[in-house]
Ligand binder design. Structure first.
Ligand code: FUB
Length: 319
């Protein structure tokens, strides 16, 4: 199978793949072809808009449907349109995206359309009570929708550890419990949270929460949830150790037990992915920075088949 970028005329990253109307629709970030100095706050990820891609099949070519939303159309947002996601409910498509507000605090917004390709019309304000980055909106087995979200460092998850925003907050000390992704049930209209976000706990094999110095396993950013054989799979990036790993649980809100790594580090600093079933097979959408020669903020979305072992574990892959 080809491991080439889905498209090469623009840089794309952070792919959230969904099957809508019999096709795969991919909702990526749109990396700009800009020179930028890299820093740990991610200022180099200065994206301003989103494009939607689609494929008739994960092994086939991708179509770029053009600009679906621009920061200039979002009244509350100032910059940095980071990793988005989309959902379908009751005849409407909902596009979720993080961006910095006018105080430079990351919030999560929602925009709607009657088509999977957009253009999407943004709500005038971010989702009340939202913060940080990397929304993933999924439907649980009982039909309810949830958003799992959050990212460290430039994604500001550590700034909210006390419940209110502390701009210069640091990540927990090495021997303390690691930060966890946040999860909230969505209201029926999909525009607000039905409850305050809570922690999605990730435990080790002995049932203890992962701790901060466990950099190969603890949560960093880019959560994705899917269900396989009745089990919830929470997968995510370990950030500074550049792995894609997963944990499983019997409830959409956790707790989740760490299970393993499924993708070794791709080229570039960030790792971000989604997992989707299409045609009775499973597919991993992810990005790397090969096309740009390794420039971390110029990434390209790729896809490869994903395999489960008989015990439900995900087979380790190389990009
Ligand atoms: O693309 C900007 C940020 O980089 C995303 O929000 C993170 O997940 C990381 O991929």
């Amino acid at each position: 199978m080809s491991r080439q970028p889905l498209v090469t005329h623009i840089y794309t990253a952070d792919p959230s793949a969904h099957v809508f109307e019999g096709k795969v629709y991919i909702y990526p970030s749109h990396d700009l072809d800009l020179e930028a100095e890299e820093n740990d706050l991610g200022d180099q990820y200065a994206m301003t808009d989103y494009h939607v891609l689609s494929q008739e099949h994960p092994e086939g070519p991708a179509t770029d449907h053009g600009e679906a939303l621009h920061v200039a159309r979002v009244p509350w947002a100032s910059r940095q349109m980071w990793a988005p996601d989309a959902a379908y409910r009751n005849g409407r498509y909902y596009f979720y995206f993080p961006a910095r507000d006018r105080d430079h605090v990351f919030r999560i917004g929602v925009a709607t359309s009657d088509r999977p390709t957009g253009p999407f019309t943004p709500e005038p304000e971010p989702i009340p009570g939202s913060f940080s980055i990397d929304p993933c909106v999924f439907q649980a087995l009982d039909g309810e929708f949830y958003m799992v979200f959050g990212g460290l460092w430039g994604g500001q998850l550590q700034c909210w550890a006390s419940g209110t925003f502390v701009r210069d907050a640091e990540t927990p000390a090495d021997d303390r419990e690691a930060l966890r992704p946040k999860i909230a049930r969505m209201s029926p209209d999909m525009l607000t949270f039905a409850e305050p976000p809570r922690d999605a706990t990730i435990l080790d094999e002995a049932g203890a929460p992962l701790i901060s110095r466990d950099n190969d396993r603890r949560y960093f950013e880019g959560p994705w949830m899917h269900v396989y054989h009745g089990t919830y799979y929470l997968s995510y990036s370990t950030g500074d150790t550049h792995r894609l790993v997963y944990a499983t649980g019997s409830s959409p809100t956790g707790p989740f037990t760490y299970r393993g790594q499924f993708l070794t580090p791709p080229v570039g600093w960030t790792t971000h992915h989604s997992i989707v079933e299409f045609g009775g097979r499973w597919w991993l959408y992810y990005h790397d920075a090969t096309l740009s020669g390794g420039i971390s903020h110029k990434r390209s979305v790729k896809v490869q088949e994903l395999f489960y072992e008989p015990d439900g574990s995900i087979r380790l892959m190389e990009p």
